[in-house]
Structure formats: C-alpha cells, structure tokens
Design a protein around this ligand. Structure first.
Ligand code: ATP
Ligand code: MG
Length: 389
C-alpha cells in the first residue's frame, strides 16, 4: 500500500487575528495529543503546510482522519498519497490511490501544483500527461475542467510528490488553548455539552463543574456527565472535572426558603461556587447551556438574578437557539444519545411546582439570609472531587 500523509495547508487554517506561530504551535500540540493513541506520528511544517506522517505504515487511516476532522483550527484537510517525483511513479500512484473515486465518477480533471521548480514538466504538461493516462485506464471517464465530479491533485513539493482527491471538511474554529480558559457548568442535559463544544470551538480550553446531590442523584448520573465530557473532549481535548457535593445546600434551601424561589436560589449557589472554582483554576469566564425562555429559571429576570452573583463573565452560547437547533448540534457531535438517558439531575429533584418567573434580586437576597451561605459554600468547596478527563 502506498504511503499516506495528511496535509493541512495554510489556506485551510482558520487563522484570523492570531499570531501564526502560536496558532500553529497550539494546533500541532492538539493534533499530537489527539493522534497519540493511534501510533507514532511526525509533524512537520514546510512550504506553508502542516504534514502529518505516521511512523508506522499499519496505522488506521480512517480513524486518523476522523480524529483530525474534530480538531478545531482546521477548515479543511487532505489525505494524500506520497510518491517519488517521477512521472511514471506519479501516474501509477494516481491510478491506484484514487481508483475508487475515479471508478465511481464520470468526469474528472487534474490539477497540478509545482512548488519544486526543478521538476522537468510544467504544471499544464503534468496535468495533460496524467489526464491522458487516466483516460486510457478508465475509459468511462471524460474530462470536465469546469465542473468535474473528481479533481485529482498532483503536488510536486520539496521532498516528494503528493497525490490527493477532494479535501475533507475540518471542524473549523480556533485551536483549543488559543482563547484562554473557561469553566462550563455541566449538567447531564442536552444543552450544556453543546455550549461546551461551542466555546471550545472558539479556542477556549475547558474546565467542567458538575453539581451532584447524592443520594437524590445517582452514581449513574455522574457517570453520564463523565461520558458527556469525554464525548465533548473529542473536540475540546483535555478537561478537568470538578464534582461539587450539592446535597446539603439543596436540603437547606428546601428547609428554609420559599418553594417558588428554590430553583433560583440553587442556581445562585451554583454561580457563586462555580465562580470560586473557576477563578482558582485560572478560568476567565463561566459557560452555561441556558437559552432564553426555555424554562422558568431562564427568563431575562431570572438570568439577571443569577448573573448578579457571578464574579466572572457568563458565556451562554445557546442563549438564542431553539431546542431543535441545540439538538441538531448535539446529534452531530455525538452527545445527544447520552444526554437523553433518564438519570435524575439535581435540578429536577427539587423543582418547585410554581417557580417564579419574575423574581427580584432583593427577594432572593432576603430569602438567602435565612441560610449560612458562606459556610455552605466553604463546605461544598472543601468537598470538591477532581477528575482528570
Ligand atoms: P441542560 O440541558 O444543559 O441540563 P437545561 O435546559 O436542563 O440545560 P437547567 O437545568 O435550567 O437547563 O440548567 C441550566 C444550566 O445550568 C445548564 O445548561 C448548565 O450549564 C447549568 N447546570 C444545571 N444543572 C447543573 C448541574 N447539576 N451541574 C452543573 N451545571 C448545571
Ligand atoms: Mg438540566
């Protein structure tokens, strides 16, 4: 089998407004980490292209390109076959490497690029020669230079010739780590994993905070959150999960506060605790999966009440999206099936029958005076469990 590589060209980087050196360095670091379980790879930058070359020829290329397709910072990439810079070798490589797409197509064209000007044929000559040969081997094909079903790329570069077919779509966005760090409040629901994915796409490295209320919430619910984080991690990379014991706080709210304010007081505790953890771990913002009007705790008034206690900016990337739009993303990134598993979340356990949709901050502050807020927060933070994901 021919030697394969992945080529990511400059034009395929989503580079905007960032220093190219840093961008590429972080991107390569992320690619390296993502491909590590699949074998040894060499990463090379030359001629405004990042080359990913396996050191082991038996590597699973489908898995490699699946993984590359989930690394943010790349808008497109190509899987290419490497061959000697000789016409006969090139023609042979094109015929075999692109056999499948060429057999399925009716029309094609050849595009050649010659970065190595010592190559004896000009680009048009090379296109003509390769094209002529393909017409002989695959007589069902005809050339269409305007709208071909398959474009055959032949690139003559410094060290070798590279043959590839169509470009594959990348994940877009910015390399994770180039945008700083933020803490996602991750429930087991549909929205927060999508919110995490969306901010990671902007280059933000994630830490995750999950509030667990055992025995009201089960161990399965916690496992579900970890699974979600792993799934999001296929895009977002490494994360640390902070699991906050929330039972005592919820019980105290239940015991001392008016029922219609339960959810909001609980959410204010979440914001305060998440802010503390986030600041301690070097995060510059919080992220939630809230969407205006989706539930009583997500009206503008309710959001004002929760925002009031956050000490960092709160990013809500799905704020203006319909549930259907959020679900479409959840399906695409592979979190939906996990999110709809029916384990109790701490929010559903203590849901008031008639939640307030037009709360006032003063009212909440007054209700909270019945609670030893600082002690409860200190206790919760002391009980945080940390898991590297
Ligand atoms: P999701 O589908 O993300 O659970 P939701 O529509 O169920 O969202 P809520 O339960 O009101 O909405 O939660 C709103 C946001 O608050 C969530 O998107 C998440 O960011 C955060 N959140 C809720 N519950 C928890 C929890 N147990 N741990 C961490 N964050 C939570
Ligand atoms: Mg929820």
């Amino acid at each position: 089998m021919a030697k394969e590589v992945i080529l990511i060209k400059n034009g395929e980087l989503a580079l905007k407004g960032l220093n190219r050196g840093t961008f590429e360095e972080v991107l390569i670091k992320n690619l390296r980490w993502r491909l590590k379980p699949l074998g040894l790879f060499t990463f090379r930058k030359a001629q405004s292209t990042i080359y990913i070359e396996p050191q082991d020829e038996t590597v699973d290329w489908d898995e490699v390109s699946d993984r590359v397709a989930k690394v943010f910072g790349i808008s497109a990439f190509s899987r290419a076959c490497v061959t000697e810079k000789e016409l006969s070798a090139i023609v042979h490589a094109v015929t075999t490497y692109l056999e499948q797409p060429l057999r399925r197509a009716r029309t094609f064209k050849v595009e050649a690029k010659r970065a190595d000007k010592r190559f004896p044929l000009t680009s048009p000559q090379l296109c003509a020669q390769v094209g002529e040969h393909l017409l002989k081997v695959y007589p069902h094909l005809s050339v269409d230079v305007h709208n071909p079903e398959v474009t055959v790329w032949v690139e003559i570069r410094d060290f070798a010739a590279y043959i590839h077919g169509p470009q594959l779509p990348g994940a877009g966005g910015m390399p994770v780590g180039t945008g700083g760090k933020a803490a996602i409040l991750l429930s087991g629901g549909i929205d927060s994993p999508v919110a995490a994915y969306m901010m990671a796409k902007r280059g933000i490295e994630l830490a995750a905070v999950h509030f667990a209320s055992p025995p009201y919430t089960s161990e399965r619910a916690e496992l579900k959150v970890k699974t979600l984080l792993q799934q999001v991690g296929e895009y977002a990379g490494h994360t640390t999960l902070y699991i906050v014991p929330f039972t005592h706080i919820q019980e105290e709210i239940g015991r001392h506060c008016p029922e219609e304010l339960f959810t909001l007081i609980m959410r204010r505790f979440m914001m305060k605790i998440a802010s503390r953890i986030a600041e301690e771990k070097g995060c510059g913002a919080l992220i939630t999966g809230e969407s205006v009007g989706q539930v009583a705790s997500q009206t503008i008034g309710a959001l004002q009440c929760t925002d009031a206690v956050a000490t960092l900016p709160v990013f809500r990337p799905v704020i203006g999206m319909d549930k259907e739009e959020i679900i479409a993303i959840a399906r695409r990134i592979g979190t939906f099936e996990t999110s709809i598993q029916p384990y109790e979340d701490c929010c559903t356990v203590f849901t008031p029958r008639h939640p307030r949709t037009r709360p006032r901050v003063e009212e909440l502050e007054q209700a909270e005076q019945k609670l030893p807020v600082d002690e409860l927060i200190a206790e919760a933070i002391a009980g945080v469990r940390t898991e590297r994901m």
